[in-house]
Design a protein around this ligand. Structure first.
Ligand code: 5GP
Length: 189
């Protein structure tokens, strides 16, 4: 998507460790108008798939997912990374290594919010090594729900997960695909 690529070129910063910093519009500070355009584009791609649930991971996936859920007129469920007192004991869980925190988490989704009735679109801000998406796919399987596709704002193609998902037959739709970030220069596919 041209618009997102131009934001990344203008405001993004490639940091050491294959991290793209986009905190002026996608994380920390959120450009709601831009995210609404991204959500609309995601809706156009998946609108015929009968999606009735959006699934993401806290925290940075929630903003875009909320807008996507509004277009689909459906509920958004997010996987939590730590158990809190207000959470029921009945949840699906899967371990997940966090790319940005470099820690192992347990993703948890309440069983009452994901069922075999659900046609699910997974949404996240970034796709790097695919850990977060893999864990969400495992949770979808545990719930006997149906995966309809994955929508990502920024895929870092050089980390490989995107092409692995595509070759396994998953409908992965990424709005910006970064081919390389060598010496701070961001190249798109
Ligand atoms: P993965 O699980 O695919 O390895 O990494 C995806 C998750 O890590 C996303 O949920 C995102 O929050 C975070 N992430 C991965 N790469 C980046 C990056 O370059 N920049 C930012 N801001 N977050 C990233």
């Amino acid at each position: 998507m041209q618009l997102l690529e131009s934001y990344i070129t203008k405001y993004g910063k490639a940091l050491p460790g294959d991290i793209l910093k986009v905190d002026s519009f996608l994380n920390f500070q959120i450009d709601v108008e831009l995210l609404d355009r991204l959500a609309c584009d995601i809706y156009q791609h998946f609108k015929d798939k009968n999606i009735n649930k959006i699934l993401t991971v806290e925290a940075s996936g929630i903003a875009l997912s909320t807008l996507v859920a509004k277009y689909f007129n459906c509920k958004l469920v997010f996987a939590k990374k730590s158990k809190t007192l207000n959470m029921s004991d009945d949840f699906y869980s899967e371990k997940c290594f966090s790319f940005t925190h470099k820690t192992q988490n347990n993703l948890m989704v309440s069983k009452s919010f994901l069922t075999s009735e659900d046609n699910v679109l997974v949404v996240d801000d970034f796709l790097a090594n695919g850990e977060a998406c893999n864990s969400l796919l495992s949770i979808i399987n545990q719930a006997n729900a149906k995966l309809q596709g994955i929508a990502i704002a920024v895929e870092k193609a050089f980390q490989g997960a995107g092409d692995r998902f595509r070759s396994s037959g998953i409908d992965l739709y990424s709005l910006a695909i970064i081919e390389s970030m060598n010496e701070g220069k961001i190249e798109f596919r």
